[in-house]
Write a protein that binds this ligand. Structure first.
Ligand code: GSH
Length: 347
């Protein structure tokens, strides 16, 4: 076992265009956790490593004491488990109230903001034409031109056909776009005030937002132009987040619960405006065995296929809320009052 508490270096299979890959590797770098990154995908599995249960990117291969590896997917539990193994440079705030808010914001970034990422990338012709070749060359920059063109057309078609699955369709598109456009100045103001969402040091939520913004704010022409034009500070922050290995975080750098309402309020209001209503409608549809979620979000109709994983996200958030002490639950409720997120504490 090394001084990190791990039995050697992690191996990560990931792609530069995958927001969750970018979230995980930036978090590992910040945490000084040694890893070897393998750019690629499960089309070319890493020789000698086990297959994960679900072939998602990133896949993190965690060393065993016997010299083998366990293949793990899903950035949220991966980062949470590493939190217990490696104590230094934590991603979760030490105050349980702030840790809950960090989890809520992480979940919003992973599960809602990704709708904007997928929507912008695969719905407008300029963005589609840009993304197709990028996906091919992120996977293998030596792909010959002709093969790259064919692969780009194939991947683009497959991704466009998946748009509906993540909830992007003509009914939902303006809700998704307006939500992204409201988020940009909210984050810009938070960064101006304290440096990060979680205070003067980053939490898991900062890395989750960063992961989606590596694409929305930088790569895809339409949303990246909006970020550069309206929120240059946020645009610069995205680049800095990539490597925070030199930051020396202190305990007092965490956002204090007494400042949570004023610092996080607008972001929590955005989450309560769009994501929490979605989570509730989606979980209701899942429970009723319905294939489609039909609801209203932000005053407009919302429809998409029911998403089983996101029904679990609501369960996990509610379990986290219920596990807080009564006093901490009361503090959370007062921070969340009027944001639309307070219903996570309803029994
Ligand atoms: N909840 C997962 C989501 C991971 C995920 O959806 N990864 C995408 C790439 S960004 C993926 O592998 N999609 C399947 C595919 O592209 O075939 C996480 O947080 O890691």
């Amino acid at each position: 076992m090394t001084e990190t508490g791990l039995h050697g270096r992690l191996h990560v299979l990931g792609a530069a265009g995958s927001p969750y890959t970018r979230k995980v590797i930036a978090a590992l770098r910040y945490r000084h956790i040694p890893y070897a990154l393998h750019w690629g995908s499960h089309r070319n599995p890493l020789p000698g490593f086990p297959e994960p249960k679900v072939k998602l990117l990133p896949t993190v291969y965690v060393p065993n004491p016997d010299g083998g590896h366990v293949a793990k997917v899903d950035s949220t539990p991966i980062l949470a488990e590493l939190e217990h193994v490696v104590a230094d440079r934590a991603l979760q705030p030490s105050d349980p109230v702030m840790a809950f808010l960090d989890h809520l914001i992480e979940d919003y970034a992973d599960e809602w903001l990704t709708k904007a990422m997928f929507h912008y990338r695969w719905s407008g012709s300029e963005d589609i034409e840009h993304a197709g070749p990028q996906l091919v060359f992120w996977h293998d920059p030596t792909t010959p031109d002709e093969a790259a063109e064919a692969a780009s057309a194939f991947i683009s078609r497959r991704q466009i056909d998946r748009l509906y699955v993540v909830g992007s369709n003509p009914t939902t598109s303006s809700t998704i776009e307006q939500s992204y456009q409201r988020l940009l100045p909210i984050l810009d103001h938070m960064i101006a005030a304290r440096g990060y969402v979680m205070g003067a040091r980053p939490g898991t939520s900062d890395f989750a937002l960063y992961g989606q913004l590596t694409q929305l704010g930088v790569v895809d022409p339409t949303p990246a132009a909006l970020c550069a034009a309206h929120t240059p500070r946020l645009r610069a922050w995205i680049d800095r987040m990539e490597d925070l290995s030199g930051l020396e975080p202190q305990g007092e750098d965490w956002l204090d619960r007494t400042a949570a309402r004023s610092h996080l309020g607008p972001l929590l209001g955005e989450i309560g405006r769009v994501y929490v209503p979605f989570l509730i409608a989606n979980a209701g549809a899942a429970q009723a065995g319905l294939a489609e979620v039909e609801t209203e979000i932000d005053g407009r109709a919302w429809t998409q296929p029911t998403f089983a994983y996101q029904a679990k996200c609501l369960v996990w958030l509610k379990q986290h809320a219920a596990a807080l002490s009564d006093d901490d639950q009361a503090v959370c409720c007062s921070i969340l009052a009027g944001t639309g997120c307070e219903c996570l504490f309803e029994r």
